[in-house]
Each structure stands twice: as C-alpha cells, then as structure tokens.
Design a protein around this ligand. Sequence first.
Ligand code: ATP
Ligand code: MG
Ligand code: MG
Length: 354
Amino acid sequence: GSTIGILGGGQLGRMLAMAAANLGYRCHIYAPEPSGPASEVSAAWTQGRYDDDAALAAFAARVDVVTYEFENVDAAALVRLGAAGGCTPIHPTPRALEVAQDRLNEKDFVTGLGGRTAPYRAIDSLDGLKEALAAIGTPAILKTRRMGYDGKGQARIMHPDDAGAAWEAIGGAPAILEGFVAFDREYSILLARGADGETALWDPVTNFHAAGILDLSTVPSSGIVLDQLGEASALARRIADALGYVGVMAFEFFAGAEGPVFNEMAPRVHNSGHWTIEGAITSQFENHIRAVCGLPLGSTALAANRVEMRNLIGAAANDWLSILAERSAHLHLYGKGDPRPGRKMGHVTRLFFD
Ligand code: ATP
Ligand code: MG
Ligand code: MG
C-alpha cells in the first residue's frame, strides 16, 4: 500500500493515522519531538525540524503524499519543498498554511473574498496600539499574529489605559487588534474538498469555550446558527475554492446580529470535528485521508439525532472509568501521559437517539 507522510505528531496526527489504517494506508510522521500521540499508531516516525529543507526533502522522498496536522509548520519551507521536489504532492496546498498561520493575512484574505470579520488593525508598536484603540474602541482583543492557540497569545483590553499591560502580556509585535464581537453563539463549519473540487460540509457545530479552550461541541445547531448558515457555508466554499484546497478545513464563526462574523480558519482537521468519528457517516479524519489520496469523499450526514463532544482537559481525563460505564459514550485518550492543567488529554463523544 501507499504511505502518507504527516507533518506533526499530536492527537490530530494520531486520529488521521488511525483513519488511514482503516483504508489500508501506512503513515510516516515527521515532527520535532522524539515521540508523541501519533508515534505509537504509525508505521514510521522521523524526528526533524519544520524549517530543515534537507530533512523535509528526504522525508517527502520516502512517502507518496505529504499532509499536515499542525499549523505552525514553516510554510516557506513547504513552498520550497513543493518547488524543489515536485514529485511528491503536498495537500492541502502550502498556500493555505501561509494564509491561515498569520491572523493578519488570514483576515485580509477573507475580507478580500467578501467575508465579514471583527474590525481589525495590524499593530507594530505601542503607539500604534493606542491609535488603533482610539479608532476601534473598547472592549478589544490584542492577539499575536502567529502561533496563538487555545486562547494563548491574547489579551483583552477593557479600557485604553490597559494598552501597555496588554502589549507586555502578548510580548509585543507583530500583533493584531480586533474589536470585540458581541455574539449569541460561536460555531464552526467543517468542509472537505476533494482533488476534483467536490466539497462536502458536515452539520455546523455549536462550540462552547472555557478559559479560552474549546470545552463542548454540539450538533445539530439551531436558531441563529441555522439562520445564517447559508452565508457562512458559501464563504467557506469560496475560501476553499480560491485556495484550490484539498483536504479538510475548519472555519470558526461568531453568530453576530448582522450575520456570520469570520473569526479564524484552520487548514487541517479540527478539534470541533472530533464528534464526526462516531457521530457522522464519515469522519473528518477519513475524509481528509480520502481527499489527499485522491479518493471520492464519504457522506458527511449525521449518524445520530444529536451528538456532543467534550474535551478532557487536564485532570478531567482521570474520570475515564466513569465515562466507560456510560452506554452512549465513546472515550478517546491520546496517550499523553502527564495530565497537565490546560492540556488536551482526550475527549468523549456522546450520541443521542431521542
Ligand atoms: P483556537 O484554539 O480555536 O485556535 P485561538 O487561540 O486561535 O483559539 P481565537 O479563536 O482567536 O483563539 O479566540 C479564542 C476565543 O476567544 C474565541 O473562540 C472567542 O470565544 C473569543 N474571541 C476571540 N476573538 C474574539 C473577538 N474579536 N470578539 C469576541 N470574542 C472573541
Ligand atoms: Mg486558532
Ligand atoms: Mg479559535
């Protein structure tokens, strides 16, 4: 069988490798760590840096297709790899990574395609921040342009006097200031796009965060999310088409009074799509593998009346024995060992047929 190369060795890589195995593929992981959640379920593992052109080229030469499960791979190195190697395809296109890993590029790209975002400004200095606060107003959120996740690298600014503290807190430039969106609900759209340009969307997922980290995802969504789903899905499709995207992509939205407000996107499988493993006919992981291998996509239809996915963060994972005792619960543990606070250790998916 063919070998799929995956850049990144976390839980997303683990679940991709498990879906790939079901279809008869082997996976070869490339990551800077000596091992990780993906290593024990994969056929091969290479330890290497994401900006090491020679090591990436050697890795690409050993696999049939390269994909990634991590956003902070050096996009420039992947673009060079694509240009230099040529014979091993990289899906999704490194261009998607380039756009999505920088919050400023991402918002410019999406507004260029007609999407609505929070008001935003690029911030390169404390003086620039003060000017932008005068224009955008408070409350506002200052974010690092790159590398933020799980609410890290962000500071809320309730009053213009807090500018200095927020600037310190995120470590300075390059940054972006966003106006605070008053939203009713947060939701995400997960889209799979095949090599032939065919797209399939799962049901929109309503998401609830705790301390900046995704806590709970539920489907089906209702009310305001469904009212604005047409507009949000059209934007998601437009973005994927513009990138010539192949694979699964996630889009986070706020349900604002005027319609969907785009927050951010991820050029990969996404935490808010974990429910699809048991809750949909085809999971996000399987459809990602199908897409990058040039196979037809599977159905994204719901497999239950209602599905809930809850993250097991830190010590919450220690309750696994009581989860196993539930009839409708599917337990997933990522094999990370030490349950540090704020660390995603696993998740549980519950299906309801009432
Ligand atoms: P993820 O783990 O989803 O990648 P992240 O660290 O990239 O998260 P964001 O998604 O930008 O961060 O923000 C985290 C959460 O903070 C959002 O899900 C939302 O609840 C809140 N938030 C972020 N930006 C705004 C905004 N402009 N207005 C209102 N709330 C916001
Ligand atoms: Mg993010
Ligand atoms: Mg987010």
